[in-house]
Write a protein that binds this ligand. Structure first.
Ligand code: ATP
Ligand code: MG
Length: 206
């Protein structure tokens, strides 16, 4: 049987996108032989409601700037163009419909997001729709699959822990740096830093 086309998906607020996101996507693409990684900025995130966020269009633009020089990476507006709260399982079903049944989806998450898996909507269905690729994140140890609510082997086999260089960078810290006038150079692509500066993003309270 001809192997399916493998596509990676990196969902996030990207508020703003940073080198941690880019390294995770690049490492997953290389290790899993992904033909492409889709960066999917979130519309309204169920677990993040109420937190201050740059507009969807600013976050989309920053992702475009961050990935522009990498032909493996592409932006998907699937989530921002969809009304209502965006659950990962619904997003993956939508992407599968858009990309076609021959595509195998790998959903890339940091260890912090993986730890929340049991709180996500319908983890069993999620793992039918995609392989889950978890990358390390400083401060978060890779969770035990059983603690994650993955009771059976079939589900656990869909989870891959992928070792990559750990970068202690978060969008939360970057927003604080901008607010406090500290540098973000070398933590985000130059074009993203320029956009943040020109648009005056993250200068108010968080
Ligand atoms: P925030 O601090 O606002 O939550 P973030 O830095 O966690 O921002 P998100 O947009 O929330 O960025 O993350 C999107 C995805 O990328 C999540 O799965 C997250 O775990 C992962 N991720 C973010 N930063 C890193 C990093 N430094 N290393 C590995 N994975 C990361
Ligand atoms: Mg986060």
């Amino acid at each position: 049987m001809r192997p399916g086309r493998r596509v990676g998906v990196l969902g996030g607020s990207f508020n703003p996108p940073h080198l941690g996101h880019l390294i995770a996507a690049q490492e997953a693409a290389a290790s899993l032989e992904l033909e492409r990684v889709l960066f999917v900025p979130a519309g309204v995130q169920p677990l993040k409601r109420g937190e201050r966020m740059a507009s969807a269009e600013d976050r989309v633009r920053m992702v475009e700037l961050a990935i522009a020089d990498n032909p493996l990476f592409a932006l998907s507006r699937a989530d921002v163009d969809r009304p209502g709260p965006s659950f990962t399982v619904d997003l993956l079903a939508l992407l599968q419909r858009q990309l076609g049944p021959e595509v195998e989806l790998s959903f890339i998450v940091g260890a912090d997001s993986l730890a929340e898996l049991a709180r996500w909507k319908d983890p069993a269905r999620l793992l039918e729709l995609c392989r889950l690729v978890a990358v390390p994140r400083p401060g978060y140890s890779p969770a035990e699959p059983i603690g994650l609510g993955l009771p059976n082997t079939r589900m656990r086999d869909r989870l891959l822990l992928l070792p990559i260089p750990s970068l202690d960078i978060s969008s939360t810290e970057l927003r604080a740096r901008v607010r406090e006038g500290r540098p973000i150079r070398y933590l985000v692509p130059d074009a993203v830093a320029r956009y943040i500066r020109e648009r005056g993003l993250y200068t108010g309270g968080d």
